[in-house]
Ligand binder design. Structure first.
Ligand SMILES: Nc1ncnc2c1ncn2[C@@H]1O[C@H](COP(=O)(O)OP(=O)(O)OP(=O)(O)O)[C@@H](O)[C@H]1O
Length: 307
């Protein structure tokens, strides 16, 4: 069964189309990264999963249930870290967790939850005195109450220091190991790359890409830069390299050869250099970063990248 299934979903606010005819399936147990520039429709999509917003058209199913009709059941099995959630200033951290336990009608160990998100020491302090990162950890703790089947995290790294961001990744991975599906929206691309099995990229209300990061790299087809350290290479030595399939350019400064090529052309490049009598001392490749991928899908003319 799919944990999340959107079928032809559109949401219009007056004459603004926030989400347009969106089809998206997230299988159970997957960590799915949901990316896109500001205003792309991410929060609107998340709000439809939780029935905070009703679609104008289409069908939204969460954990096999209808998001609108069965919203109470969906929320009971879902842990949510909403973007910009305000804590109750006068309640302690522990009271927040107990509140989440009562809302979900579960009997968890509040201290263990607070320990897990790294704020056990501050359990009995009022959340009004918490730092931004501590508040974020507290809200994550509330989301984890009751071992949810689905975790929806909207910008979970916001306010976290590098240690907190690492702990967040570890929690996401351990939840996924437990079988939880994680739907993760973020602008912090490194965070997404580190934890997500697949990503979807939204742009102007449309899903413009949906794949593993590897798959997206292949579709963008920017190739890789191969840097080869050699004893000596001349322009003539590059003739055979340039003639290879999958090589878009090659240059040399004498001691280093730089080649732009498809990932599967690398071996051929090294072979062609050696055949030309060049001694290859070392080589390394640089992959397209997730940031480059993101920009390739979200900048320039719409529909430029066909994935
Ligand atoms: N309640 C609303 N009323 C009117 N327009 C809205 C409403 N909610 C969202 N929109 C519009 O829908 C579009 C998508 O917004 P949404 O908040 O879903 O984007 P987002 O991808 O979450 O952006 P961000 O990364 O900035 O949070 C925007 O043009 C926004 O102005």
């Amino acid at each position: 069964m799919a944990a999340i299934e959107l079928d032809g979903v559109t949401k219009r606010f007056g004459d603004v189309t926030a989400v347009s005819n969106l089809d998206l399936t997230v299988p159970e147990g997957e960590v799915f990264g949901f990316l896109g520039p500001n205003g792309a429709g991410k929060s609107t999509t998340i709000n439809m999963l939780l029935d905070f917003v009703r679609p104008t058209a289409g069908e939204v199913r969460v954990l096999g249930l209808d998001a609108g009709r069965d919203s109470v059941a969906v929320r009971r099995r879902t842990g949510v870290l909403p973007e910009g959630y305000d804590v109750y200033e006068r309640l302690t951290g522990r009271k927040h967790i107990e509140f989440a336990m009562r809302s979900k009608e579960v009997d968890d160990d509040a201290s263990a939850v607070l320990e897990r998100v790294g704020i056990a020491d501050a359990a009995d302090r009022k959340a009004g005195g918490y730092s931004k990162g501590m508040r974020q950890r507290l809200v994550l703790g509330m989301a984890l109450v009751g071992e949810p089947d689905l975790l929806i995290l909207d910008e979970p790294s916001s306010g976290l220091d590098p240690g907190g961001a690492r702990e967040m990744r570890e929690i996401v991975r351990s939840e996924a190991d437990r079988g939880t599906t994680v739907f993760f929206s973020s602008h912090v691309l490194g965070q997404v790359e580190a934890v997500c099995d697949r990503v979807g990229i939204m742009r102007g209300g449309n899903l413009v890409a949906e794949d593993s990061i590897e798959g997206l790299r292949g579709a963008v087809d920017e190739g890789e830069t191969l840097t080869v350290t050699v004893d000596a290479a001349s322009e003539d030595d590059l003739t055979a390299v340039r003639a290879l399939d999958g090589v878009s350019s090659a240059a040399t400064d004498g001691g280093t050869v730089t080649v732009s090529c498809d990932a599967d052309a690398k071996t051929g490049v090294i072979g062609a250099l050696e055949e030309a009598g060049v001694t290859v001392k070392d080589f390394q490749t640089e992959e397209t970063s997730l940031e480059d991928l993101f920009l390739a899908y979200t900048e320039g003319e719409e529909g430029e990248v066909s994935a």
